[in-house]
Design a protein around this ligand. Structure first.
Ligand code: F6R
Length: 617
């Protein structure tokens, strides 16, 4: 994530940059900064924490001993969501080149930064941060020969990864150069002034006239115009669109609600979480896991996952993957129960706390219980600097960006992706998968975001139609088996929390031991029936359900025709490895819950009685 903003024009740039950053704060808020051209230098102001800290630093900069800031009208700003490097002022953007004449703001990940950094350092570049992004400033300086646009184009060719950035130079007042590869960047057109940002809200108050950038394009902003170029410098035509969004819609990226926007961000969030960790074909690199060393991962005898709600469901998917691929026994515990048991846990165990917020009181307490008993503790969380990150022995960050909708969606899929990465790393370290199988699983995992995009792009007509037919029902049953069981649980939780409809979710094989008594002709039964080793068993369970007259809504794999005879409605997802299919199957169920809640006229972003961060037990 991270948010970028930029301005060229006659006005005082600092308030414009700050206003833009405020609108992009949802993209990250662990630190922020601005760079503003000031005569023969660029003034850099950065601060750790949310934007109130940057505001204070800016006030100090204009009143204190630092050089005065004048209205030069060329500047860039950034709000950070840490990926590489701790949350420190030095790691906050903008970053600058060795001669301080080039400043950049970057969103995304530079995968080949280690190699680039080595060669730049050899050539005399002096780095001031631990970030991957800083290499871009030094690369531009290396290529700079009086033409910022050319230097950005040349630097772009050296980079591997996915990123968007904007650069400015002391030597070219009134010029900003942007580049985009798989991360958003959009231009706002004004009269005698131009804007650039990670998203339209960054400048919507100033202009509704926008130009969208595509991947592998360079854009040059000057107060009197904007040029789009290929990376080879060929000019590109670009129409100007007029957005008719109000500020609120814009923050939601044109979606009606944050939840829908976040559902649609899931493929990117998973791609970002997997990112360079799965860059190699035959190995997973989990980066710095603190005290959770490879030696420890090789030798632990058990994993215990502690979590609440949706994060608990992510742990359940993780159990299937870790046990299947790495052959390490896993238990998954509800944190609020675990903390008050007298659990048998000790030095041979790795306890994993999972929490999108990193602040859930019960999960923190469960982790503390395990740590006090001598276990090693790993956190899987989305937010840098939270209590969970401080109290764990190591952290595996998800990279979902900020989630505003109270119902977890994109944080869930990134937690599951983190478990897949961990499962494969454990399998690799412990030799539990043959090298060929390990490579195949890594390749399938890397392909997963594409398949998620396919599900998201497929349209929602069938899901909306079925939601329209059933939204007045007052009870839904969800069923699954094997790795689809956690998705049944998660689908049921999504529906109940945003639509206030009673749901139950069961392992399909358990139905006949009691819950089947709940079913009659009016009960919709949602079955997660994607490809799995036990699909035929699940189909037998569906037959038991249908014999009671219940209506079956199945999530099934494309090409599986057998299911046609057993379900009244089918939401299709592409085929993938059965262990990975939960990340596809969950999407139609999130959308199903979403449309049902919408039909009932409910506020899906803020369901009653719930909070995004649960810091009380
Ligand atoms: C449901 C949901 C909750 C959270 C739970 C734990 O959509 O979001 O069930 O999963 O409150 O929260 P975290 O992950 O912050 O520990």
């Amino acid at each position: 994530m991270c948010g970028i903003v930029g301005y060229v024009g006659p006005r005082e740039v600092r308030p414009l940059l700050f206003a833009g950053l405020e609108k992009l704060e949802y993209r990250g808020y662990d630190s922020a900064g601005i760079s503003v051209l000031n005569g023969e230098q660029i003034d850099l102001i950065r601060a750790v924490g949310d934007l109130s800290f940057l505001r204070d630093a800016m006030a100090e900069n204009s009143n204190g001993s630092a050089p005065p800031v004048v209205a030069d009208g060329t500047g860039i700003g950034h709000t950070r969501w840490a990926t590489h490097g701790l949350v420190t002022e030095a790691n906050a953007h903008p970053h600058y080149s060795t001669n301080s004449r080039i400043h950049i703001a970057v969103n995304g990940i530079v995968e080949n930064y280690v190699t680039l950094k080595e060669s730049l350092v050899k050539d005399g570049s002096v780095f001031t941060s631990e970030t991957d992004a800083e290499v871009i400033a030094h690369l531009i300086e290396r290529h700079y020969n009086g033409d910022l646009t050319k230097a950005v184009r040349d630097a772009y060719q050296d980079l591997i990864g996915h990123y968007a950035f904007v650069a400015m130079s002391v030597d070219e007042p009134g010029v900003l150069v942007g580049a985009r590869k798989e991360c958003p960047l959009v231009v706002g057109r004004g009269e005698g002034e131009q804007f650039i940002g990670s998203a339209v809200p960054a400048f919507l108050k100033e202009t509704k006239r926008v130009q969208y950038m595509n991947d592998d394009e360079i854009v040059v902003l000057r107060p009197d115009g904007v040029e789009f170029l290929t990376v080879d410098g060929e000019p590109l035509a670009r129409e100007i669109d007029e957005v008719d969004w109000d500020a609120d819609t814009a923050e939601k990226g044109g979606y009606e609600t944050f939840m829908l926007k976040e559902i649609h961000e899931q493929a990117d969030a998973v791609a970002e979480t997997i990112g360079e960790r799965a860059a190699a074909e035959d190995s997973i690199d989990l980066g710095d896991l603190g005290q959770i060393s490879d030696h420890l991962l090789r030798n632990i005898s058990r994993i215990v996952v502690v979590a609440c709600g949706t994060s608990y469901h992510a742990g359940l998917v993780g159990r299937y993957a870790i046990e299947e691929w790495a052959r390490v026994p896993v238990e998954v515990e509800i944190a609020s129960e675990y903390r008050y048991r007298n659990p048998v846990v000790g030095p041979n165990d790795l306890v994993i706390g999972v929490s999108q917020s990193g602040e859930t009181a019960d999960t923190l307490a469960a982790m503390a219980t395990a740590r006090n008993a001598g276990a090693s503790v790993l956190a899987i969380t989305n937010i840098v600097g939270t209590r969970m990150t401080r109290e764990a022995d190591g952290v595996l960050f998800t990279r979902a960006g900020m989630e505003i909708g109270v119902a977890a969606t994109k944080t869930f899929v990134t937690q599951v992706a983190a478990f897949y990465l961990l499962a494969l790393r454990l399998a690799e370290l412990r030799g539990a998968l043959a090298p060929h199988d390990l490579s195949s699983r890594i390749a399938e995992l890397k392909h997963l975001p594409h398949l998620m995009s396919e599900v998201l792009d497929a349209g929602t007509a069938t899901i909306e139609k079925v939601a329209d037919q059933v939204y007045k029902q007052n009870f839904f049953m969800y069923l699954g088996r094997n790795s689809s069981l956690p998705i049944a649980l998660e689908g049921a939780l999504k529906l109940k929390e945003i639509s206030y409809i009673a749901t139950d979710a069961y392992a399909a094989g358990e139905m006949k031991h009691g819950p089947i008594a709940l079913l009659d002709e009016s009960t919709p039964v949602v079955v997660v029936a994607t490809n799995s080793p036990v699909l035929s068993k699940l189909i037998s369970n569906i037959q038991e359900v249908r014999a009671r007259g219940a209506r079956v809504i199945a999530v099934a794999t494309e090409g599986d025709t057998e299911i046609d005879a057993h379900a009244d409605e089918i939401f299709r997802v592409p085929a993938t490895n059965a262990m990975l299919s939960p990340l596809l199957a969950v999407i139609p169920l999130q959308l199903f819950a979403y449309f049902i809640a919408g039909h009932r006229g409910l506020n899906v972003d803020r369901p009653r009685n719930l909070a995004k961060t649960v810091t009380v037990e």
